[in-house]
Design a protein around this ligand. Structure first.
Ligand SMILES: Cc1cc2nc3c(=O)[nH]c(=O)nc-3n(C[C@H](O)[C@H](O)[C@H](O)COP(=O)(O)OP(=O)(O)OC[C@H]3O[C@@H](n4cnc5c(N)ncnc54)[C@H](O)[C@@H]3O)c2cc1C
Length: 311
């Protein structure tokens, strides 16, 4: 069956036909991200229930409408234009945390990562390597976020997700394999939306864990611009070669360098801050400057860690 590409108005009509509530049309994107830039999206849908989530995905896939899930928007940058996409945010049914038998912890994709780390610590589960990282469980898993040596996927036993197999939408669960993830990377071919995870770790001393969390957060505040408007570390650290992405950018003399309303942080050179009404274009151009200077000086190609949408 041939599917025509719909016009903007036709897409809106198709979305309205779902009769779903919680849809904002011509949604302002900047409020959905921590860097606070970006234009508009065709609509933003808050999915509180699994059946509503499946309905909107089905509509999008059948009509060839692009969609994207946004968690807390702490690792994503949209362009400044009008984006013909449906933004999906996960609500109530996906915002939960349960401690089960056998040291298993079950979390919804919308659950806040810091709340998860702290609640787990109270029960003697050590996820301190993930402390101080903003965002949701879902966003965190999609980028395997974490610290220098570990990522959240190392703690995950299985995932639940909405699968899209050639247009067939269904709920699925699968055990996570080591080959599904690596440094700041996670990939399941048929995954459309991650809905939940089962995590596992060994129990240890609650007070020690709480001390480790406090130390990590203190250290993060000292070394990273955690209160600035940013999208976290902009580039992945190169796997080979000497130096982290931040060290390489700093060695190019770019700490504090300004382009438009954006700036390379003077605290940590792998962060780009929106310090004065920056546009996404300002930020993108500044990232290109950093990338090309690192290439010129060190012959190293930096790869983006942030998810750039529409660039
Ligand atoms: C101040 C600051 C400090 C940070 N420190 C760290 C750090 O120490 N370590 C680290 O690794 N990261 C860090 N980050 C980056 C960021 O916080 C993490 O990557 C975070 O886990 C992303 O979660 P999120 O909910 O904000 O994801 P979002 O930014 O909303 O989304 C990220 C990606 O995941 C996709 N996505 C989100 N939810 C789902 C879902 N349910 N199903 C399918 N796809 C989904 C989005 O489409 C997007 O591609 C930092 C960011 C900031 C602003």
């Amino acid at each position: 069956m041939k599917v025509e590409i719909l016009t903007r108005e036709e897409i809106k009509r198709a979305v309205k036909c779902t009769s779903l509530d919680n849809i904002v049309f011509d949604a302002d994107i900047s409020v959905l991200t921590s860097i606070k830039t970006g234009g508009k999206a065709l609509c933003c849908f808050a999915a509180d229930r699994m059946e509503d989530l499946k309905k909107i995905i089905d509509t999008c896939i059948k009509n060839k409408i692009k969609f994207i899930v946004v968690g807390d928007g702490t690792n994503i940058i949209f362009n400044d234009e009008y984006n013909d996409i449906v933004i999906i945010r996960l609500g109530k049914d996906f915002d939960f945390l349960r401690f089960a038998d056998g040291d298993k912890i079950i979390a919804g994709a919308a659950y806040n990562l810091s709340k998860f780390v702290n609640s787990s610590a109270e029960r003697g589960y050590d996820f301190s390597d993930l402390s101080g990282i903003p965002g949701t469980i879902g966003g965190s898993v999609m980028g395997n976020s974490g610290s220098k040596n570990t990522g959240i996927c190392n703690f995950i036993e299985s995932i639940s997700y909405i699968s899209n197999n050639d247009g067939i939408i269904m709920e699925k669960s699968s055990v996570l394999k080591n080959s599904d993830f690596n440094y700041r990377h996670f990939y399941i071919p048929d995954l459309a939306v991650l809905t939940g995870v089962v995590l596992k770790t060994r129990k240890s001393d609650r007070n020690n864990i709480l001390i480790k969390i406090k130390e990590r957060i203190k250290n993060k505040k000292l070394t990273q611009p955690v209160n600035a408007k940013s999208a976290g570390c902009f580039f992945r650290n190169p796997i080979y070669g000497s130096g982290s992405a931040g060290e390489l950018i700093e060695a190019c003399g770019l700490k504090g360098f300004i382009y438009g309303g954006s700036r390379i942080s003077s605290k940590h050179a792998n962060y780009i801050e929106n310090f004065d009404n920056a546009t996404s274009k300002d930020i993108f151009i500044l990232s290109k400057i950093a990338k090309s200077m690192v290439m010129e000086k060190f012959g190293i190609k930096l790869e983006y860690e942030v998810k750039l949408i529409g660039f």
